[in-house]
Ligand binder design. Structure first.
Ligand SMILES: NC(=O)c1ccc[n+]([C@@H]2O[C@H](COP(=O)([O-])OP(=O)(O)OC[C@H]3O[C@@H](n4cnc5c(N)ncnc54)[C@H](OP(=O)(O)O)[C@@H]3O)[C@@H](O)[C@H]2O)c1
Length: 193
């Protein structure tokens, strides 16, 4: 982790990053050892905040227990969109007071054309993608990192702060949630939580 962090800083031409994450939980190095290195890097000033990604709910508990007060868990990044229920992770984020960052927040484009999202979007004069992002951002502790190669999409994704979903609309989208996970590589942990 130290080598890859220092190499990334060199390639970025930066002394420090705002947020340094452990990308995936791995078993070949004890979690405590990985977290100790993360803390060392933060104390050396190479990262302003530290976090993890793709961790299971119980792993998050271990992370929070192990990290010291001066380097607390700042963010957990995991897949989250209207078609994937992440309640156990959101509950952890609220209990432990860290940010929950939704990756693949547009379900890799699959939100486009979805009937419920399109219908709510039409009511607000926005798109299904903007509705999906707004639904995420209106939830406590949730942030979202949509990817958009096109300038048009990037601009659209910034316009999600000038409308608000009401409680009924939030619930209609929440009730879509199922288990449609998109990212599931062979090295992923057992997601059955
Ligand atoms: N921590 C992890 O393990 C992990 C795993 C996966 C992803 N991520 C991060 O999550 C970020 C986003 O996830 P993602 O790329 O998997 O999926 P995503 O953001 O859900 O979807 C990206 C797709 O949605 C399209 N799109 C973007 N804005 C749109 C809009 N307003 N209207 C219609 N379509 C729109 C994009 O098209 P165009 O590109 O053509 O504009 C692209 O095809 C990435 O930057 C990645 O770094 C992290």
């Amino acid at each position: 982790m130290r080598t890859s962090t220092e190499e990334s800083l060199r390639r970025l031409g930066a002394d420090r990053v705002d947020l340094l994450l452990i990308h995936w939980p791995v078993e070949r190095v004890p979690l405590r050892k990985q977290l100790d290195t993360l803390v060392e890097l933060q104390r050396e000033g190479k990262a302003r905040h530290v976090g993890v990604s793709n961790f299971l709910p119980e792993q998050i508990d271990h992370v929070v227990e192990h990290l010291p007060d001066d380097a607390p868990l700042f963010a957990h990044q995991a897949e989250y969109h209207p078609f994937l229920d992440q309640s156990p992770l959101l509950e952890r984020a609220r209990t432990h007071d860290h940010t929950f960052t939704a990756y693949s927040p547009l379900a890799r484009g699959r939100v486009v054309g979805h009937e419920t999202l399109e219908e709510i979007g039409a009511r607000h004069g926005t798109s299904a993608a903007q509705v999906a992002l707004r639904w995420l951002l209106q939830q406590e502790t949730v942030s979202a990192i949509p990817k958009a190669a096109s300038a048009e999409h990037r601009a659209a994704n910034a316009y999600v702060f000038d409308f608000e979903l009401n409680a009924e609309e939030m619930e209609a989208i929440s009730s879509l949630r199922g288990n449609k996970r998109i990212l599931d590589p062979g090295f992923a942990p057992d997601w059955s939580y």
